[in-house]
Design a protein around this ligand. Sequence first.
Ligand code: KPL
Length: 301
Amino acid sequence: MEILIFGAGSLGSLLGGLLSRAHDVTLVGRDPHVAAVREAGLRITGVADLDTAPSATTDGTGASADLALLTVKAYDTEAAARDLATGDVGAVCSLQNGMGNETTLADHLDVPIVAGTATVGARLADPGHVEWLGRGRLTVGPWRPADDVETAERVVAALRAVDLDADVTTNVRARLWEKLAINAAINPVTALARVENGALSPPGDLADLATTAGVETARVARATGTALSDAAVTEAIEAVVRGTARNRSSMHQDVVAGRRTEVEAINGYVVERAEVAGESVPVNRTLATLIRGWEAGTGLR
Ligand code: KPL
């Protein structure tokens, strides 16, 4: 299968490198990482150690592929969708953090849209080198009623062909809310405390804070029509903390690198939806305020 990885950061590069063992993969990303991959290939270390050689480019316009896997930051989805619309892709699958990405894709692209989540731990160690710090799993499903399940099944088959743990769900909205709760819990707490995900293992104050953010998110999910229990969310957060203990969350990586974060698509989204539903989410509100305050103080907003 010809696969375009749109967003060759840590997760995109890891998936692209792994998929290139069985598929024709092109990474779309930024220099100096893209230049390093073109020159010497992409090295993966951690859960597995391997040298891979996907194609790589900084230009995402006019590309053709059977499938585009979207791994750009949530605030770059619109730009990515516009670039993809100038080319010819058979289907698009978002594996991004946060909510709202699929709606943006559907606004710009007339192809099947697959929504998905990834709980894989990954870190870009150096240009051309990605660390795989948590095996994780990928769950994907058709986004709209018109999006056939076969496309999602083809995505899963492509991922499984390189031994990634992947499943199809027919209720991807529930899975997106669960992943939102995981990110709302782990990402801002690890970013603000500057700790690896494993520092949120219970018992402990950081674990309690993260769980409260996750449980608030589950309450908003239920208030807006998605069944998601507090127990399921608490278990899911604990499982991801265990499975990615040595990873720095993407928001932690962003803060350390002085980059804008995905707070609006994560805790910001929870706060916004809570307001509409008349729910109170004080922990998400506080975490969002602190991350926004850091972004403002760093000149990022
Ligand atoms: O999605 C992630 C992220 O860091 O954004 C998790 C799964 C929490 C891994 O760190």
